[in-house]
Design a protein around this ligand. Structure first.
Ligand code: PLP
Length: 386
């Protein structure tokens, strides 16, 4: 175990399982994001759905970023954390009327809209308030993200976005919706992308679309490339901060910004993924017929990613340094999918040991549930845990 997760002594008095966040790493990551994106005047909106913990939001707010929200609840959480409405973008394939009204009442920067029926509803609600809503069209760029199919969003059969062959029709309809102002295009091709090539293809597609729209005399003030930059789940200590330098350089190199145009991004996982750890305790060692199981007090109610996406998380026993054994590491939930890792090498493990699931800062706490009447996990931060 590294210095990152602090001494076991600090954890002894705390009820497990809980989330433990490295505030220094989060701040260091934000510093790199700000430094690398400001070279090109890019605008960054943190994707709140990755982690909406109030303290996390407050640290991110201090760095000056905006936010990307996908629900009314997230807009409320962002406003509460102090983010100005002028830096809020609101995405999602199914925005409810109250959520649209919340956005309108607060004059958020932009609605990223995905269909004609949605545009009609935003128009109607804006008209009723005597307002003009700023909208960007979320276009499905039909770029393959080469990632897990559950987190691919940019291909044609996906529920997200307006398909390329329908864009002209949507633009025609938009001309009749007088309470809307088209301010840009929005893309998001998927999550946990580990290569830059799909982003290059996205840049090319955005330039093509830009040309196409200029022919209709539409000048796009904003281009939003969404999120998706992956993190290294296998080597959280070697690669604790993702390569934002190459990421933003790629967009700078392959997407030519038009005069007066603003470019936006919505990173989620890449900002918060590595700073979070799920801390649990070993309840039992169970010997199967041909396997040994480590049964933790944490389950998919605290960290859903392995059960939902077959996701890999590094698992470490921070209480033992004995020679290793091979175990399946499982949770207590009454579902077979409640398994964090198969055939993992851990030091000889005993009841009461602390076991850490690494790289759990994104889509961990924010996806926690109360299934089996379990309590939602507590969270602690490295800079405030004494
Ligand atoms: C989920 C999501 C993001 C963030 O994706 P990450 O892979 O966490 O960076 C950004 N934009 C939209 C529209 C999203 O749905």
């Amino acid at each position: 175990m590294t210095k990152k997760v602090s001494p076991v002594a600090k954890f002894k008095s705390l009820r497990t399982p809980f989330y433990y966040y490295d505030a220094d790493l989060l701040r260091a990551t934000l510093q790199v994001v700000v430094e690398e994106s400001s070279k090109y005047d890019y605008h960054i909106h943190y994707a709140v759905k990755a982690n909406a913990n109030p303290r996390i939001l407050s640290i991110i707010h201090e760095s000056g970023l905006g936010v990307d929200c996908v629900s009314g609840g997230e807009i409320e959480a962002a406003l509460k954390a102090g983010f100005p409405a002028s830096k809020i973008v609101f995405a999602g394939v199914g925005k409810a009327d109250w959520e649209i009204n919340l956005g309108l009442d607060n004059n958020i920067f932009c609605f990223n809209a995905e269909s004609i029926p949605e545009l009609e509803v935003i128009n109607e609600l804006a008209l009723a308030k005597g307002k003009t809503a700023h909208v960007a069209l979320r276009v499905n760029p039909e770029v393959d993200a080469h990632t897990h199919h559950h987190i691919t969003t940019g291909t044609k059969e996906n529920k997200f976005g307006i398909n390329l062959d329908q864009l002209d029709k949507v633009l025609d309809q938009l001309e009749n919706l007088k309470s809307l102002r088209l301010i840009g295009l929005h893309f998001h091709i998927g999550s946990q992308l580990t290569e830059l090539e799909p982003f290059i293809n996205l840049c090319k597609r955005a330039e093509e679309l830009q040309e196409q729209l200029l022919k209709r005399n539409i000048h796009l003030e904003n281009i939003n490339f969404g999120g998706g930059l992956g993190i290294d789940y296998r080597h959280p200590d070697q690669h604790s901060i993702p390569d934002f330098k190459s990421y933003f350089e790629t967009f700078h190199r392959y997407f030519k910004v038009l005069p007066g145009q603003q470019v936006h991004f919505e990173p989620g996982r890449s900002i918060v993924g590595q700073c979070g750890n799920l801390i649990s305790k070993v309840l039992y060692l169970k010997e199967g017929s041909f396997k040994k199981f480590v049964v933790l007090d944490a389950g998919f109610t605290e960290l859903l990613r392995p059960a939902m996406y077959d996701a890999y998380h590094q698992i470490e026993n921070i209480s033992s340094s004995e020679k290793t054994e091979v175990y399946d590491v499982v949770g207590p939930i009454c579902e077979s999918s409640d398994c964090f890792g198969k055939d993992r090498e851990l030091p000889l493990t005993n009841r009461g040991d602390f076991v850490v699931l690494r790289s759990a800062g994104a889509y961990g706490e924010s996806m926690a549930s109360q299934y089996n009447c379990r309590q939602l996990p507590q969270s602690y931060f490295s800079d405030s845990l004494e």
